[in-house]
Design a protein. Structure first.
Length: 368
């Protein structure tokens, strides 16, 4: 996500980076070429799906009679990616069987749950990177008159630790990172990767037969909802600011019960119909909150206080001190917005927390 001081102009000028899949393809191409010729191309040029031809420097190589290894240091550009600087390795060996076999080495995960675009038991090397690697292996094979039948083992230094900072544990990908990237290119502060992870979490939950999942705006609401329902990781979706990305996907991929949980300020924006809750793309409407307070009381001193408030927190504090259920009113309004987006695809509740994780409002499920 963008930081608080970024402008649209800043975002356009940020430097793009390379996905783990592109780095893996570069490493695999260099290793395969060395296996055939005895020499590593450095830098190594690869072909990406949209025709770009980036070059990558090799940070380490190794070769024996039957196997060659090349390593690339991932450059995520200006994107705040946990894998920036990671060393991605590819070991390539020839095989007699037709085609290319993919294997997970140290630091690359393995799929343990259905619902992902890979079968259970497969290495977590997504279809996009597999295609990029295959096309680059084939390009070398055609240039050198070789059959192109190889085993490719990918590994990531410290990948098992890095994976703890990603969605992989919740998605049932164990042992390390996923190798990702449909285009091979990382766009800084792109929303697409986060929204794709939301979709994957829903897919895995549905495949697991979960009848209740929760989309949460942050760690405070995650912890509160997990304690309330004794949820495991699979039930919790790190929705962040992307309420619309979650609601629209659930509309097309129904689940029985959906909890939307978050802080008062963010859910007050959802209550006003905003689907992107980031501070740069939607603002808290203090006047709208004051109008909700006016529906709960006609006490003029209080109404004057909330109308001149500068933050959602100030409005909430004033309402709480007066004993008014403003949190419930925000939850009810946000629930109506969610129900409109879902179109009966899920029974939805909204739970509102303060910064300390204390419940300040809720709008319950229709069926208990």
């Amino acid at each position: 996500m963008r930081n608080e001081t970024s402008s649209d102009e800043d975002i356009r000028e940020l430097r793009k980076g390379w996905a783990t899949g592109a780095c893996a393809a570069a490493a695999a191409r260099a290793a395969y070429q060395a296996l055939l010729t005895g020499h590593f191309p450095d830098p190594v040029e690869i072909i990406l799906p949209k025709g770009q031809r980036p070059s990558f420097a090799l940070v380490e190589t190794g070769q024996s009679k039957d196997v060659a290894m090349a390593a690339i240091e991932k450059d995520a550009g200006d994107d705040p990616d946990v894998t920036h600087g990671a060393i991605i390795r590819a070991e390539v060996r020839l095989r007699k069987e037709f085609g290319i076999g993919f294997h997970a080495g140290a630091g690359v995960g393995r799929v343990t749950k259905p619902g992902l675009p890979l079968k259970v038991g497969e290495p977590a090397i997504n279809p996009g990177p597999r295609q990029i690697i295959s096309e680059n292996i084939q390009a070398v094979a055609e240039n050198l008159g070789a059959p192109g039948h190889v085993e490719v083992t990918l590994s990531v230094d410290n990948g098992q630790e890095l994976a703890k900072k990603t969605w992989n544990p919740r998605l049932g990908i164990v042992g390390g990172l996923s190798i990702l990237g449909t285009t091979g290119i990382v766009v800084p502060y792109s929303c697409s990767a986060w929204i794709a992870s939301i979709h994957q979490a829903i897919d895995v939950g549905r495949a697991d037969g979960l009848d209740h999942m929760a989309g949460c705006t942050g760690s405070t609401s995650e912890q509160a909802v997990a304690a309330r329902y004794r949820f495991g990781d699979g039930n919790i979706i790190d929705m962040g600011d992307f309420a619309g990305g979650l609601l629209k996907y659930v509309r097309d991929h129904p689940i029985p019960r959906l909890t939307i949980a978050g802080g008062f300020a963010k859910l007050s924006k959802l209550a006003e119909g905003h689907m992107d809750l980031h501070s740069k793309r939607s603002q808290v409407d203090v006047a709208a909150l004051a109008s909700l307070v006016a529906e709960l009381t006609d006490e003029e001193l209080l109404l004057s206080r909330v109308r001149t408030a500068e933050t959602a927190g100030q409005v909430l504090l004033a309402a709480e001190e007066a004993g008014l259920p403003l949190g419930n009113a925000v939850a009810a309004k946000a629930k109506a917005v969610c129900a409109g987006e879902l179109r009966s695809a899920a029974d939805v509740e909204v739970i509102v927390y303060n910064r300390q994780g204390q419940l300040v409002g809720e709008a319950p499920f229709e069926s208990q």
